[in-house]
Structure formats: structure tokens, C-alpha cells
Design a protein around this ligand. Structure first.
Ligand code: SF4
Length: 732
């Protein structure tokens, strides 16, 4: 190990351990051939071209600028610290007992450097000139400085987040942990700030102790947002693709650098006359200027009554083959231009003859958009692209880093069995993976597949392998999307307004996780689909009771209980309305409901002032709700494992949960069918009937099986109908 006491070495600006080091080589980064490689002595380390950096990593995080540390000794400390974090196996770093054992990500190193720059600046402001002067009092003062938010009178008005506090504590802890490595300046050897506690403990990080802090998206926001996004995708998507193509074509022709244009010095009267005749012959309105250009003209002295005020003369010049329209030509061209305006008028350039669509509320049929200026057209294409992103993120649950790694051509379509299509997306898992990420695939539903297809069609430079979205700020895009949906443009096509409420990619992912976890076996499915297994392993959650998985499970169980209680209450109310359950377990459930009803009547008779509100009923129903399990087409009241048909069939009669995947609800005494299940059975009957009709005469075994299936479905539908009608008849 090549370290030396700071005081013993005359400081010449060079590091004892890293002098002349190739930073990328030490950190194990690969650079393309011919790219400049930062060396340790450089004051700016540029990692922009490092191979395999995630798309999500902002450009500013790829450049480490040490010049922001003005003191040269501390700047050297900063460089040594960052390189030690990037190269933990370096022979001078590995022996340090409290150094990181795995290389930190560039983003993390950038965060450490930011905080070190802030700390050095603060030390200078406090009159501290050497790290050797740092003591526990200074450490506490810095923590207080970063913890509390003060007003102009230095009164505490708030606190920064635990994350900020942890960064503040970490910078001091780092200076202690890597002390022996620093050439020019070091903290005292006996400094043990905060009794040697970890930065997370010092910052009182709540991680793992409370509920997952990312909340799901509120349903009142989620529903109209998804409805608007799906409508924009399906109804406006194809038109937006054509609009995007027109914008690209027009941009190519409208630019002053378009090939074939020439500069002229005299008024091009013949060219304009020919062009304007063409407009008149085809009854095409002249191109209109955008509002801000019209405002410029008014500010330059144009009259508000000038008929040429809104005419895009520059665009006309390019169409006539001329680079630019000169104002001095106006006295020669005003006459022909005014005649043309009087004859064909002026109109926005894009979406002049927009196709009709049925509005989202199906109340009318109207053009999909009003005519648009270029900027408006670009914005509308962007809104449709955001709609595709929303559907993709909400229904796939992919992280921001994974969405940004999507490339054109990432869609995979397969048909494992005839008639069953499986949609997949290929991307990369970045979180917790080595540099470059790990290739992976996501099984998705069709709307997600279509969303990616639309995004590909809207791409400005559609080439196989190009980034589909690149780096994007979802929160900003969502804000624009919501503003548009809530604007007159959104109302015009019948979209319901989206209320206020936070929406970001993490919340969408959380929402999907909870939705999936509700399903039978859903917790496992959501962990697999959201790639939680790898992340949990990486973060050590698996072995931490009370960690993220346990929190998720506890939360899911709580939601599940609430939902079960609501379902039981709903069925109890149905019972009171005369809508009875059907199925083998119907009698038992009806008797239970009758018992509850009797108890409530008795209670109200004995205490006339007691109100029979939902709370009383819920208390009585809770026990039953605890044994409710949801099947695809039935409720399972798992009161007695020995009566469970699925467990008998599986040979596990003592299991404590039903095997809902093996449920035969038409025969099990614990199953009930309700009106909500009727559509599932009716659809099953319809499909089976179609299959029966398609079977050849020779397929007798298959026919017998399908016929039994069909008869059972019809019987269940009839029972549900009969149960719903029973009490009606009795009461009438
Ligand atoms: S067969 Fe169906 S209803 Fe019966 S116990 Fe199993 S899952 Fe529940």
C-alpha cells in the first residue's frame, strides 16, 4: 500500500497513490477508440463516452468538474476520494478497513462529489483552512446547516429530507474512512463523528421502518388519465403519425438551407405570380403565420387591418424557390398577394382537412383536430407520444431506466399455441446491474405493445436500434399532457378532465404492483414481472424482516382484507335486496346472512336508539371476510379445508389455503356464484358453443368433454339468474 502521512510529504500538487493514473482504466471503464481519456491530474474528468452508461444518466452527471473546489489541497482530496470509490480494488484502496468494497456507480460518485464541493465551500466560509481542524463540533454544525431550513432571520422554518441529511453525514464519514489515502490534507486520526454511526443512522433514514413511501396513483386520477391516453393512442394515434410525417416533409422544404433555393436581389414577381396562381387554381388558402410572428409584425409597425398581416411570406418565398422574403419587395408583391388572400384566404398550414373521429364520450363525430400552426402540430404529436408513454409505463410497470433503454425494434411477438399471442418487449435492467445493464424481456399486454408500435411510428428518425424515447422527463411531459386534456382541445374531443394529483413513473409502477398483487399468486407474479427478485437480492431485502418485500406483503394483505370486507358487505346488501347467491355453497352463505340479519334486528329491537350503520354490519361480517378467496368465476368461502374439493384433488387436504387454480366451483361445497360472475360463465358458454360447432364428427371424446363443460356453464348461468329472481318472486 503506497500511502504516506500528509504532513510528511511536501505538497507538490501530485497524489502519492494515483499520480498519472488513467482514471477510466483504474475504474474499469471502456472508451471507444480515439476518445480522450481523463488522467488523474485533469481538473475535469469527462465520462460522456464511456461504453455502457445508462441512457438515463444525465450528461451533467457524466462530467466531474473538480475546479469547483477552490483549495488545491482539497481538490486533490476530492479526486483521490472519487477515484477510490470508482476503483475499490486498487492496491492502495483495498486495504482500507472501512472503504467501499464494490465500485460505486458514476451517479453515486457525482452525488458524493457534489456534497464534498458543498462541504469545502462551507468550511471556507467558517474560516476552516485545513481538514485537520475538523472536530465533532464542526461535524454537528455542518449537519445542522444541512438539516434545517432557515428564514431571513435565521429562524428554523423546516427540515431537509433524510436523503439530504444522509449525504451531509456521508461526506464526513468518507473523509474519515479514506483518511489514510489522502496526500495533501486529512481529518484528525482520532476523529469519530457521531460515535462512528453510519450515515443512514445519523440522518434517521426511515427506510424499512415505515410503509413504502411511494404511494400508488389515486384512482380518481388514474382512471381519466388512462382513458385519455388510450383514446389518444387509438383514435388520434394514426392521424398523429401522418401529421408527424407532414411536419418532417414541410421542415425539409421550408428551411432556408433546403436544396435548390436561390438568393435573389430584385422582387421575384414572376415566381410569386406563378405560385399564387397555383394557390388560386387549387383553391388552397395561403399559409398562415403563427401568432407570435404576427405579434412581431404588429410591434414592427404593421397595421392590424393589413390583409397580409397573417400571411407567411417567408414560406411562400421558399415555395417559390427563393431563400428569403425581403420586406422591400412588398411594394411590388402586395397587389398579387392581396388578390390571392381575397380569393383563397389564409389558413394554418397543418391538419387543414382533418379526418373525422367519434369523440371520447361518443356524443359527436368531428375532425380529430382543428387546423394547426407548426408549433401546435409538433406539440400535439408530443402529446400523443406522451399518451403512448403513459400506457406503456402504467401497464408494464417498467422503471424509468428500463423505458429509456427501449430501442426501435424492441417488440417481440410470438404465438406459443395457435390463437394465443404473447407480446414481449426487450430492454435492459439497469438498476443493481453492472455497467451496461443486463438484457431482459417483459411480457406485456397488447395495449402496451401497440403503444410501443405507435411510438416507433412517431419517431423522427426511425432506424432499427435507435433509442425509442431516449432520456425524458416524465413529470414534465405528464404536466403538458394533463394541461392539454383539461384544455378546450381536450374537452372538444370529449375527454374527461384529469384532476390534480401526483403522477410519476414510480407511482405508476407501484400502482401496477398492487393491482397485480391482488390476484391469486399475484405477489409472486408482480415480483417476477417487475424484476423485483434481482433488485431484492441486490439490495439485501430478502434477508431483512420488515424490508420492502414484507412491507409490500403487509400492505397487500391489508388492502386484500379491506376489499374482502367490502365484497362481503356488498353481497350481504344484495341478500337484503333479494339477490341471493347461487352455487353449491349458496345455502350455507344465505344461512349465515340470515343469521346476521336476525342479530341486527334483535339488536335494534333491544336498543331502539342504536343506529345500524355499516360499521356494525362490518363487525359481524369480518370473520367471514377473512375466509373469502376470489376465483375467476366464483367466490371461495374457505371455512373447512376438509371440504375443499381442490385440496382433495391435489391430495393436500390439510393445506391452509385453497388451490384456486384447481377450483371446480360448480361442484365444491364452499363455492358460490353471484351476479358479478354471470358474464364470465355466459362468455364461457358462448365460446364453448362455438368450439362445439367447429368440432368434426370424429372427435367424440372432445365433444363429450366440451358438451359437459357447456352444460355446466349454462346450468351455472341459470342458477345465478334463478337466485336473483327468487326473492323478487317471493316478495311480489
Ligand atoms: S374447489 Fe374452489 S371453492 Fe372449493 S375450496 Fe377449492 S378453491 Fe375454494
Amino acid at each position: 500500500m503506497t500511502t504516506a502521512p500528509a504532513a510528511a510529504v511536501a505538497f507538490d500538487g501530485r497524489s502519492v497513490v494515483f499520480a498519472g493514473a488513467d482514471v477510466c482504466r483504474e475504474a474499469g471503464f471502456t472508451l471507444p477508440q480515439g476518445t480522450g481519456r481523463p488522467v488523474f491530474e485533469d481538473d475535469v474528468w469527462d465520462f460522456t463516452d464511456v461504453v455502457g452508461l445508462p441512457v438515463q444518466l444525465p450528461l451533467c452527471t457524466r462530467r466531474f468538474d473538480f475546479t469547483e473546489i477552490t483549495d488545491e489541497r482539497w481538490r486533490l482530496v476530492g479526486k483521490e476520494l472519487v477515484l477510490a470509490m470508482l476503483a475499490p480494488r486498487h492496491s492502495a484502496v483495498a486495504p482500507l478497513p472501512r472503504a467501499h468494497r464494490t465500485a460505486l456507480h458514476l451517479r453515486s460518485c457525482a452525488g458524493h462529489l457534489d456534497e464534498l464541493i458543498r462541504f469545502c465551500r462551507w468550511l471556507s466560509e467558517q474560516g476552516v483552512s485545513s481538514l485537520a481542524q475538523i472536530d465533532t463540533r464542526i461535524c454537528d454544525a455542518y449537519m445542522a446547516h444541512r438539516r434545517y431550513i432557515l428564514d431571513e432571520h435565521d429562524a428554523v422554518v423546516g427540515e431537509n429530507s433524510p436523503g439530504t441529511r444522509r449525504r451531509a453525514a456521508q461526506v464526513v464519514v468518507d473523509l474519515v474512512n479514506y483518511r489514510e489515502l489522502f496526500t495533501a490534507d486529512r481529518v484528525p486520526a482520532d476523529l469519530r463523528p457521531w460515535g462512528g454511526a453510519t450515515a443512514s443512522a445519523i440522518a434517521e433514514m426511515p427506510s424499512g421502518r415505515t410503509e413504502n413511501k411511494t404511494q400508488p396513483v389515486d384512482n380518481a386520477v388514474m382512471q381519466p388519465m388512462l382513458a385519455a391516453a388510450l383514446f389518444l393512442m387509438s383514435s388520434l394515434g394514426p392521424h398523429a403519425v401522418e401529421l408527424a410525417r407532414q411536419i418532417r416533409e414541410t421542415d425539409k422544404l421550408s428551411t432556408r438551407k433546403a436544396p435548390g433555393l436561390r438568393a435573389v436581389h430584385v422582387a421575384p414577381v414572376p415566381e410569386f405570380t406563378e405560385l399564387l396562381n397555383e394557390y388560386r387554381d387549387t383553391c388552397t388558402p395561403l399559409p398562415m403565420l403563427a401568432d407570435h410572428h404576427v405579434a412581431d409584425r404588429l410591434a414592427n409597425g404593421w397595421s392590424a387591418d393589413d390583409p397580409l398581416l397573417a400571411v407567411a411570406t417567408g414560406v411562400l418565398a421558399r415555395q417559390a424557390g427563393i431563400t428569403q422574403f425581403e420586406t422591400r419587395w412588398m411594394r411590388h408583391l402586395r397587389g398579387p398577394l392581396e388578390n390571392a388572400v381575397a380569393s383563397v384566404g389564409v389558413k394554418e398550414v397543418f391538419a387543414r382537412d382533418a379526418a373525422d373521429i367519434t369523440t371520447a364520450d361518443t356524443s359527436s363525430v368531428l375532425p380529430w383536430t382543428k387546423p394547426l400552426h407548426r408549433m401546435q402540430a409538433v406539440a400535439l404529436v408530443g402529446i400523443v407520444r406522451t399518451a403512448a408513454m403513459i400506457v406503456l409505463a402504467a401497464a408494464s410497470g417498467m422503471r424509468a431506466s428500463e423505458l429509456m433503454e427501449l430501442r426501435i425494434g424492441c417488440r417481440r411477438l410470438e404465438e406459443p399455441v395457435p390463437g394465443l399471442t404473447r407480446y414481449r418487449l426487450a430492454s435492459k435492467v439497469v438498476k443493481g446491474q453492472p455497467l451496461g445493464g443486463t438484457d431482459d424481456e417483459w411480457v406485456v399486454i397488447e395495449p402496451v405493445y401497440r403503444a410501443v408500435e405507435l411510438a416507433e411510428d412517431l419517431h423522427d428518425d426511425r432506424q432499427e436500434g435507435a433509442l425509442l424515447f431516449g432520456r425524458f422527463a416524465f413529470s414534465v411531459r405528464y404536466k403538458w399532457f394533463r394541461n392539454w386534456v383539461n384544455s378546450p382541445a381536450g374537452r372538444r374531443i370529449g375527454l374527461a378532465p384529469i384532476p390534480d394529483g401526483q403522477v410519476n413513473l414510480r407511482r405508476l409502477r407501484r400502482t401496477l404492483a398492487l393491482e397485480m398483487a391482488y390476484r391469486p399468486g399475484g405477489v409472486l407474479a408482480s415480483k417476477l414481472h417487475l424484476k423485483h427478485i434481482a433488485v431484492a437480492t441486490t439490495e439485501g431485502y430478502a434477508s431483512r424482516p420488515g424490508g420492502a418485500q414484507a412491507e409490500l406483503l403487509a400492505e397487500v394483505n391489508k388492502h386484500e382484507s379491506d376489499r374482502n370486507l367490502a365484497l362481503v358487505l356488498g353481497e350481504f346488501r344484495n341478500y337484503q335486496e333479494g339477490i341471493l347467491p347461487a352455487g353449491p355453497g349458496a345455502r350455507s352463505l344465505t344461512e349465515f346472512f340470515a343469521g346476521i340479519d336476525a342479530q341486527l334486528d334483535a339488536a335494534s329491537a333491544a336498543a331502539p336508539k342504536t343506529q345500524r350503520n355499516d360499521r356494525d354490519v362490518l363487525n359481524l361480517l369480518t370473520k367471514r371476510a377473512n375466509v373469502l378467496h376470489l376465483g375467476a368465476a366464483n367466490y371461495c368461502w374457505f371455512t373447512d379445508p376438509s371440504r375443499a374439493l381442490c385440496l382433495k384433488l391435489a391430495g393436500t387436504p390439510t393445506a391452509d389455503r385453497p388451490l384456486i387454480g384447481m377450483c371446480d366451483s360448480a361442484r365444491c361445497p364452499q363455492a358460490t356464484h353471484h351476479p358479478g360472475h354471470r358474464p364470465v360463465w355466459a362468455e364461457h358458454a358462448d365460446r364453448t358453443k362455438i368450439f362445439l360447432g367447429q368440432l368434426g364428427a370424429t372427435r367424440k371424446t372432445e365433444r363429450t368433454r366440451l358438451q359437459a363443460d357447456f352444460d355446466r356453464a349454462i346450468r351455472v348461468v341459470a342458477e345465478i339468474d334463478a337466485a336473483g329472481a327468487t326473492m323478487d318472486e317471493e316478495s311480489s
